[in-house]
Write a protein that binds this ligand. Structure first.
Ligand code: MEV
Length: 435
């Protein structure tokens, strides 16, 4: 495994050449990534047909996090984000951990869920008694629409009747579990649920009694606690000394643990702690065309699973070892949706060496853990503003509509000074007024 240094100093051409050499990106795809002009006509049509009332494209920058080692395999991970310093922070953490064995990850399961919500005003005992037979009929009714998915190793794996009448009068769910192979599976799941709902409705109508099933709604759930990845880093405590020279490894480990403890006990900190995780995860999900709103909703609910919202990470520090872990549900895919249509997503998949859904879950989790580790490591040592504002300097200069010369002078001047909006403003004003 080669660890790359100085990637940020590479020219744009050198960066693409590196990706062509170290991933599945080919020269042709690299050329397309390099193309800053308006999308080609065929791409334009694809984008225009993805949404309704289309009026144009909205570019966001994409960068790459280098040295991401996961289960001994090296990745360059494309991040799409509007926030300065996210990619720099993840890259710093990725390199730090690549030199200490990298990230480790394992998938707990990829089971996803969906429910048919319905009401039934009859005797609950009757529906419970009839359910085994109803379940057989419902399963049979979906065989045609699950055929392709079953051939890919997926399908409906469980159907349960949940009696919720104690919480809402007459309210039940048919709760289904799905395996959707490499797809996030939203369309597959919703199609199955709507089929099941209509068969259930018909069954009830055939039954000539006064009691009837009333379908309320049928929809996948974005709460998929079983579809989970565990990702961790681990090293001897003394190896932590590499992050900040002003903090001993023991102090680093102790303060790091305190900061994770705080995220577990205080909601104000927990939300920000978890946002830092999503800095990495969302950047990967955007780049790979995945539904980042679904994963965020599910993960925040998971963070509250014990009745209190907490940080999604845990840390164990012993005399010898530091271990830091993220456990997070991520229902994402590498086929379906726009993952195989969007022109840039296709190139991103090549850079990631065409991962399957499980690998992409690991890559996203490692990216989240990298960003979160970098954030905490900075917060307990230098603070984040020095690094953040250094990366944000170019945005401030662009807002002030500076010339090339002004930018060059500002970059030199601020290379060893604290960047702030007002300091940069004053500096440019002084240049312009010749002071
Ligand atoms: C900023 O985008 C993310 C952080 O606020 C995360 C954190 O506080 O852990 C730095």
């Amino acid at each position: 495994m080669t660890i790359i240094s100085g990637f940020s100093k590479f020219s744009h051409k050198q960066r693409l050449a590196f990706l062509v050499a170290h991933s599945d990106l080919n020269d042709q795809q690299a050329l397309r990534l390099n193309d800053f002009s308006a999308p080609k006509e065929d791409q334009q049509r694809l984008l225009g047909e993805m949404v309704e009332n289309y009026i144009g494209n909205f570019p966001l920058p994409m960068g790459v996090v280098t040295n991401m080692v996961i289960n001994d395999e090296s990745y360059s991970v494309p991040f799409v984000t509007e926030e300065s310093s996210v990619i720099a922070a993840a890259s710093k953490a990725a390199k730090f951990w690549a030199e200490r064995g990298g990230f480790h990850a394992q998938i707990e399961s990829i089971t996803k869920k969906g429910q048919v919500h319905f009401s039934w005003n009859g005797n609950p005992e009757i529906i419970h008694e009839l359910f085994p037979e109803i379940k057989r009929i419902l399963t049979d009714s979906t065989l045609e629409i699950t055929d392709k998915m079953r051939k890919r190793g997926g399908g409906i794996t469980d159907i349960q009747l949940l009696d919720k009448t104690n919480e809402l009068p007459c309210y039940y769910q048919i709760d289904l579990s799905f395996e959707t192979a490499n797809a996030m599976g939203a369309n597959f799941i919703n199609t199955c649920l709507e089929k099941i709902a209509s068969v259930l409705q018909n069954l009830s109508e055939l039954n000539n009694e006064e009691t009837k099933v009333e379908i309320i709604m049928s929809i996948l759930s974005n709460y998929n606690p079983d579809c989970r990845v565990i990702c961790w880093v681990e090293c001897p405590v003394e190896k932590l000394s590499g992050w900040n020279k002003n903090l001993s490894y023991n102090s680093f480990a102790a303060k790091f643990k305190q900061s994770v403890d705080i995220a577990n006990l205080d909601i104000s900190r927990a939300v920000t702690h978890n946002k830092g995780i999503f800095n990495g995860i969302d950047a990967v999900l955007l780049a790979t065309g995945n539904d980042y709103r679904a994963t965020a909703a599910g993960a925040h609910a998971y963070a509250s699973r014990r009745g209190k919202y907490k940080g999604l990470t845990t840390v164990i520090v012993t005399e010898q070892t530091f271990r830091y872990e993220l456990e997070i549900p991520l229902a994402i895919g590498t086929v379906g949706g726009i993952t195989q249509i969007h022109p840039t997503v296709k190139n991103v998949m090549a850079i990631l060496k065409y991962p399957d859904a499980k690998k992409l879950m690991m890559i996203a989790a490692a990216s989240g853990l990298a960003n979160n580790f970098a954030a905490i490591a900075s917060l307990i040592s230098t603070g984040i503003q020095t690094g953040h504002m250094k990366m944000h300097l170019s945005n401030i200069l662009n807002q002030l509509v500076t010339t090339d010369t002004e930018r060059e002078l500002a970059n030199t001047y601020f290379s060893d000074k604290t960047v702030s909006n007002s300091a940069v403003n004053d500096f440019i004003l002084s240049l312009r007024s010749g002071i």
